[in-house]
Design a protein around this ligand. Structure first.
Ligand SMILES: [Fe+2]
Length: 261
């Protein structure tokens, strides 16, 4: 099974711009690239809109409709739940409950649990007891290999602005995650960088953004800026050995292909 993961689209409404980053145009490029590689589905791990408006979601949904594979979304801190419900097709956001936009996808090889980690008062996210209980129930319902996808990473990635404060309720989430060995990946966004770390014995991957790369320096705390970069995304494959293989694609800063010899 082949899964493309895109994140942090930050699409603005038609006629508006987001600084120097052509986010909608970048998303169009990524959609075309993904279509060429024919995944089975596409996960969109939040910050779909830049300011949470319905018009932004509608524009993003229109571009994502160009995907040949089905796509599924979860909310980021720049999104609002109401706008996502209004602007996204129901098939892309099959959340049943009203309090949060979490949902489960039962696929032949895998289960995917979209966990809504947003809170209007917590830019770096929050997992409340209700969502932890929902996750526990879903994880207990099936022992099929399971991917969790959520916007906010549950651990600090040495990115000052997203580490302080860290995800609220990470301890509650961690207690649930630690119990279930069939979680094969936790896929996140939020930090606008590709990064990986083990947490509670599970590999957490954060996806890069649509060309709005965090200006990150491991020696600096001054990180509230971004670099205009190639739009990039992750590719996860569940192979015949039962492993999840993750690759990262970056679109524009390459030439070739060239032969090795
Ligand atoms: Fe973002």
């Amino acid at each position: 099974m082949k899964i493309a993961q895109i994140s942090d689209l930050h699409v603005v409404a038609e006629g508006k711009t987001l600084g120097v980053a052509p986010m909608a145009e970048n998303l169009e490029k990524v959609v075309a690239h993904i279509n060429g590689l024919r995944p089975d589905l596409v996960l969109v791990s939040g910050d779909i809109a830049d300011t949470g408006r319905v018009a932004e979601v509608v524009r993003a949904a229109g571009i994502l409709a160009g995907l040949k594979a089905p796509f599924y979304v979860t909310a980021g801190n720049h999104d609002t739940r109401g706008a996502l419900r209004q602007g996204m097709p129901a098939a892309a956001l099959p959340a049943q409950q009203t309090a949060h936009l979490s949902y489960a996808l039962d696929l032949p090889e895998l289960r995917i649990l979209a966990l809504d980690s947003t809170d209007p008062d917590a830019p770096n996210g929050r997992i409340c007891t209700a969502r932890a209980a929902w996750l526990e129930a879903e994880l207990a319902a099936s022992k099929k290999p399971t991917l969790i996808f959520m916007h906010h990473p549950p651990l600090k990635f040495s990115v000052d602005e997203t580490d302080r404060p860290p995800l609220e309720g990470a301890d509650v989430l961690g207690a649930v995650v630690a119990k279930h060995s069939h979680i094969v990946r936790i896929l996140c966004g939020h930090i606008h960088l590709f990064a990986q770390a083990l947490w509670q014995g599970k590999l957490v991957c954060t996806a890069p953004s649509m060309g709005m790369r965090l200006h990150w320096n491991p020696n600096s705390k001054a990180v509230s800026s971004f670099l205009r970069a190639s739009p990039a995304y992750l590719w996860h494959m569940h192979n015949e050995d039962g492993q999840i293989i993750t690759h990262a694609f970056s679109l524009d800063d390459v030439e070739g292909p060239f032969e090795f010899s």
